[in-house]
Design a protein around this ligand. Structure first.
Ligand SMILES: Cc1cc2nc3c(=O)[nH]c(=O)nc-3n(C[C@H](O)[C@H](O)[C@H](O)COP(=O)(O)OP(=O)(O)OC[C@H]3O[C@@H](n4cnc5c(N)ncnc54)[C@H](O)[C@@H]3O)c2cc1C
Length: 297
């Protein structure tokens, strides 16, 4: 059978066969993508999606800060949006942000411009597209509070604009389907003094550093909080703080974070997470739901 990768549309962006996804994710684990595609522009992405071979599966990757790629990698094409998708355009108190813009860059740029409402992004190590998909948030604020619309491309290259309501946001969740790629989103913000906004950013970063292993190889919060309870408290109660399988560890500092201490495999991290879920179920009677998205084979 012919390899589908021999029949790819001519694009301006870059194709990479058997690209190691451990280099693209915060956990630093995971097998290869059959093909990694980095489109240069929206037109490039449309061209690729329209003319790609047959039914080859397409998976979106942001900064890889909320995913666990399994050890045998991902079949089909993994798309990672590049610099051409990272623009930040300010019009009065509205801002249109490209999906590949890094959350931290967004927060700093808006602080410089005296716009307030997305400060919480400063400590989230993802992209804006990932933040919309996940309704990212912290310290009582989330994406849905300030989003006006998002532009979304389907796997045939068709673009639609979805309102805040269309996106069906709930806690760490949107109703975006796997075949909907966020290209850009618009937010309505409040005006404020840049110096005060920058001060809030500094405080947010300091608070986070105190309580989370921010420099570790991690995927952030592993499980959603089963509101009104907190996942970390249940994990602690179930005696899982510091629990380890190989180089996969439940963080001592924040026990809703899993860590790759160096040479963990994805299967170690996933098995450790499942062990935590079983213990919390047995001891606290609560079923934890994964927040980290597990992808691949
Ligand atoms: C140290 C650390 C701290 C964290 N703290 C927080 C926190 O405080 N609050 C919080 O909410 N999260 C937190 N996270 C988790 C993570 O950073 C967020 O969920 C982030 O929004 C994910 O963005 P990403 O670009 O890395 O997405 P990825 O992890 O690459 O992908 C996540 C999901 O989004 C999809 N996706 C990515 N880009 C797009 C796109 N353009 N269009 C459609 N789908 C897309 C992917 O297919 C996948 O399903 C933390 C993670 C780490 C490692």
């Amino acid at each position: 059978m012919t390899d589908w990768r021999t029949n790819l549309p001519a694009v301006k962006g870059r194709y990479q066969e058997n690209a190691l996804l451990s280099e693209q994710t915060w956990f630093r684990v995971g097998g290869p993508a059959e093909l990694l595609f980095r489109p240069q522009t929206a037109e490039d992405l449309v061209l690729f999606l329209r003319d790609k071979p047959g039914n080859v599966p397409v998976t979106l990757l942001g900064a890889g800060s909320n995913i666990l790629v399994r050890d045998n990698g991902i079949s089909g094409v993994v798309v990672r949006l590049g610099r051409g998708f990272a623009g930040i355009k300010i019009e009065g108190n509205k801002v249109i942000i490209g999906a590949a813009a890094l959350d931290r860059t967004v927060a700093l740029t808006l602080a410089d411009a005296g716009l307030s409402g997305l400060e919480f992004l400063v400590g989230i190590p993802g992209t804006l597209g990932g933040a919309v998909k996940m309704n990212a948030g912290c310290y009582g604020q989330e994406i849905k509070d300030v989003l006006v619309w998002a532009e979304v491309m389907d796997h045939q290259g068709r673009v639609t604009r979805l309102s805040q309501t269309d996106l069906g946001f709930t806690y760490r969740h949107s109703t975006l389907e796997a075949d909907q790629i966020v290209i850009a989103a618009c937010f309505e913000l409040d005006c404020g003094a840049p110096a005060e906004i920058h001060q809030r950013l500094t405080q947010l970063l300091a608070t986070r550093e105190q309580s989370q292993p921010v420099k570790g190889r991690t995927g952030g919060s592993t499980f959603k909080n089963p509101l009104p309870q907190k996942a970390w408290e249940l994990i602690d109660q179930a005696g899982c703080r510091g629990l380890q399988i190989g180089d996969a560890q439940v963080s001592e500092k924040h026990c809703n974070f899993l860590l790759n201490l160096g040479n963990a495999m994805a299967k170690d991290l996933e098995e450790l997470g499942e062990q935590v879920r079983r213990r919390v179920q047995a001891i606290c009677g609560v079923e934890l739901e994964w927040e980290v998205i597990r992808l691949g084979r």
